[in-house]
Design a protein around this ligand. Structure first.
Ligand code: KG4
Ligand code: ZN
Length: 344
């Protein structure tokens, strides 16, 4: 049977990505241009600078994705784009490119929600059965727990009330003067640290709440380094590498504990048998390993996105778009960033 081939584009934050995916899961090519180095000196993504870099990166990334896949424009069945949420100046670039290609190639245009597409990442390169499931998307902008029956049937169970988990990793890395992006730096430092060296309080919110809160944890690390109420001097420059590693490991342990506790609570409440995990923070080895141990103990099947599909990419966009195309959920050329048609 002829495969349905979709081009996906993604530029919601600081990764410019293009991918070509067949039937929603078979990745024919996935190309990503990361802007990490450009934003490093600012300690975070600067939207205006990100948008300019997307403009420069988009065509080379698109051409490489087409070349690597061997697919021609004529063989493409649709063009998909992550249209929300994200930084508006960044989103506009891939949205405009996708509209232009859909118009020039006379193909359907599909708008997807970036967070929902992070869950599709667990299904890439594998055709295993993932549903029904409890799913967590844990990224730089979101910490969202869902009940899902199908890629297009997601029910939000809880989300962060303040910082996303990835944002907490990034901010704590800044406090510890570790390189941007913070998640991988904290993970690296934590490898030689003692996760029990310091006890940073875990915030579980109200009993049975499926929401998250990480800003208190970030502040606890800040007070640890600067003294109560920030009145002390910044101790980090005087700290040994071991002290920094111990703080990184203790912080990471606190985040992992909270994420696992909430996932298991949701799984018990919904009597779920399968857990899905996606988003940039899902690349964290401590989280992956400890969640696997917890799921084995609770007889739950865990499906985690491959590391290369955890952080932003366009394969997940093309993957989710395949389900939308099957359901006839296409967008028109008036599509703009943050468009409501990108939601399910
Ligand atoms: O999904 P993503 O690429 O972009 C958003 O949609 O936000 O996630 C980026 C986030 C950043 O906060 C980054 O620090 C975090 O994911 N991250 C990690 C790791 N790799 C990336 N956090 C913890 N451990 C990692 N290995
Ligand atoms: Zn993302």
């Amino acid at each position: 049977m002829k495969k349905t081939i979709i081009l996906g584009l993604e530029s919601s934050c600081d990764e410019t990505a293009a991918a070509i995916v067949a039937d929603g899961w078979e990745v024919l090519s996935s190309v990503i241009a990361s802007q990490g180095k450009i934003h490093e000196k600012y300690g975070g993504v600067v939207p205006e600078i990100a948008a300019r870099a997307h403009i420069e990166n988009l065509l080379p990334v698109l051409h490489e994705a087409l070349d690597r896949s061997g697919v021609t424009a004529g063989q493409m069945d649709a063009v998909a784009v992550a249209a929300c949420p994200g930084l508006t100046p960044s989103l506009i670039i891939a949205v405009t490119a996708a509209k232009t290609l859909a118009w020039a190639w006379s193909k359907p245009l599909i708008a997807v929600n970036h967070i929902h597409s992070h869950l599709q990442a667990v299904m890439l390169d594998t055709d295993q059965d993932c549903f029904p499931a409890v799913a967590l998307v844990v990224s730089g902008g979101h910490t969202s727990l869902y009940s899902c029956r199908h890629p297009l049937e997601l029910k939000l169970l809880g989300s962060t009330r303040d910082d996303a988990a990835g944002e907490a990793f990034d901010k704590v890395a800044m406090i510890l003067k570790l390189p941007y992006p913070g998640g991988p730096s904290i993970e690296k430092a934590a490898r030689t640290g003692n996760p029990k060296a310091f006890h940073f309080t875990r915030s579980y919110l109200e009993k049975d709440s499926l929401d998250f809160s990480f800003s208190g944890l970030k502040t606890a690390v800040l007070y640890h380094c600067r003294g109560q109420n920030m009145l002390g001097e910044d101790r980090v420059p005087q700290m040994t590498a071991q002290e920094i590693a111990d703080i990184a490991a203790s912080f990471q342990a606190a985040v992992v504990d909270v994420l696992i506790r909430k996932i298991l609570l949701a799984a018990r409440r919904l009597q779920a048998k399968t857990i899905l995990l996606g988003g940039g923070v899902a690349a964290n080895s401590a989280l992956r390993e400890q969640l696997q141990t917890a799921c084995d103990r609770e007889h739950l099947k865990l499906i985690v996105a491959e590391k290369k599909y955890c952080t932003d990419n366009a394969a997940m966009v093309a993957g989710l778009a395949w389900h939308k195309l099957q359901a006839g959920l296409t967008a028109d050329l008036y599509l703009g960033p943050h468009a409501s048609h990108a939601d399910l």
